[in-house]
Write a protein that binds this ligand. Structure first.
Ligand SMILES: NC(=O)c1ccc[n+]([C@@H]2O[C@H](COP(=O)([O-])OP(=O)(O)OC[C@H]3O[C@@H](n4cnc5c(N)ncnc54)[C@H](O)[C@@H]3O)[C@@H](O)[C@H]2O)c1
Length: 247
């Protein structure tokens, strides 16, 4: 396997599952040291089993604004200043808009937007000092289109795009790129739960390529944005949607 990320330190949130886990595996296979950050207690065992050595798992709840500062401080202390941050922790709580409770609204915004912001801010501080960084935020196709029962989710993901643009402008002259990746439904635990049954079959028929995305396809795009080759790409949203938004 070509070792594109040898010597690189990559912090990946949501690394215990789905896209985050697949990104962690993809980067580790290519030489990166991984710091996996997740609320899931299994994170330490999961990152330990990744290819390569000396990865770190941090169990934390990213709805706590102090969690990001602590996670980055622990990363710097035990592994080093991160070169890459992938914000993949997220959740999708689906309700008709009239039924969204304040608790479910707040949790969605706190994880999908707050967690992403606080991690980017904490990582950005040390990346600014180092003069290098690659930050990739998982938004979603739902950031640019409306989806039935996704009021909180679509709002939180659209906000991630706004955040991505601002950070990219502020940090562009300091060697840091900030981009968003916006998949259609990806076959992960989150994607499968939200799009089970006939609803999912119809959604697949509506996607021009006729299927959902695989986590590995999303990881490959993220890895490119995390590489040195992508130095000129910043502030953009990268759809990976099988043509859905081209309709
Ligand atoms: N799967 C899809 O269809 C799809 C499509 C577009 C965008 N996305 C986005 O991609 C990202 C990853 O999605 P996925 O499908 O891999 O989901 P997933 O459910 O498989 O994994 C999400 C991870 O985030 C972690 N997490 C949740 N709340 C947390 C918290 N408070 N603190 C720390 N960690 C927390 C979970 O424990 C889990 O390991 C999400 O931001 C999601 O919105 C997913």
């Amino acid at each position: 396997m070509e070792s594109t990320f040898a010597g690189r330190i990559a912090v990946v949130t949501g690394a215990a599952s789905g896209i985050g886990y697949t990104v962690a595996h993809h980067l580790a296979e290519r030489g990166a040291r991984i710091v996996g950050v997740d609320i899931d207690q299994r994170i330490a065992v999961l990152v330990d089993a990744l290819p390569g050595a000396e990865h770190l798992g941090i169990v934390t709840d990213l709805t706590d604004p102090a969690a990001a500062t602590a996670a980055i401080a622990q990363t710097v202390e035990t592994v080093g200043v991160p070169h890459i941050l992938v914000n993949s922790a997220g959740l999708a709580l689906l309700d008709p808009a009239v039924d969204v409770t304040p608790d479910r609204w707040r949790l969605t915004v706190d994880v999908n937007l707050g967690g992403t912001f606080y991690m980017a801010q904490a990582a950005g501080r040390v990346m600014l000092e180092a003069g290098y960084g690659r930050i990739i935020n998982l938004a979603s196709q739902a950031a640019v289109i409306g989806l039935d029962q996704h009021a909180a989710y679509c709002a939180s993901k659209a906000a991630v795009l706004g955040l991505t643009r601002v950070l990219s402008l502020e940090w562009a002259r300091h060697g840091i790129t900030v981009n968003a990746v916006s998949p259609t439904v990806v076959e992960t635990p989150l994607g499968k739960a939200a799009w089970a049954g006939e609803k999912g079959e119809k959604a697949k028929r509506d996607i021009p390529v006729g299927r959902f995305a695989q986590p590995e396809e999303v990881a490959a795009l993220i890895a490119f944005l995390a590489s040195d080759d992508a130095a000129m790409i910043t502030g953009s949203n990268h759809l990976i949607d099988g043509g859905f938004t081209a309709i």
